[in-house]
Write a protein of this length. Structure first.
Length: 97
């Protein structure tokens, strides 16, 4: 069995202890293990690369060569700001920071 170690703030540990008790688990470890097991068992998500990339190793190599042959450009400060802005919009709903 593998071991996973997490550093938790005291406030979160307290909340997890309460949640573990509410769900009938004797320890936080049992609660977290059950949570992870349920997530993994119920996941229908497939994290493989898209089929059009993995159809064959030749196809994958062609796509990689296509990317390498495309013109490169340096990222400017404005490019990074734009990427940061889009990331924040997508993941926090925020438009500023």
């Amino acid at each position: 069995m593998a071991r996973l170690t997490l550093d938790l703030p005291d406030e979160l540990r307290t909340k997890l202890q309460a949640r573990a008790a509410e769900t009938g688990h004797n320890t936080i470890e049992e609660h977290v293990a059950a949570f992870i097991r349920a997530d993994v068992d119920s996941s229908d998500q497939d994290y493989r690369a898209p089929d059009h990339l993995m159809a064959s190793s030749e196809n994958l190599e062609a796509k990689l060569n296509e990317g390498l042959a495309s013109p490169a450009s340096e990222m400017t400060a404005a490019d990074w700001d734009d990427m940061r802005h889009r990331f924040l919009q997508r993941h926090t709903g925020s438009e500023s920071r």
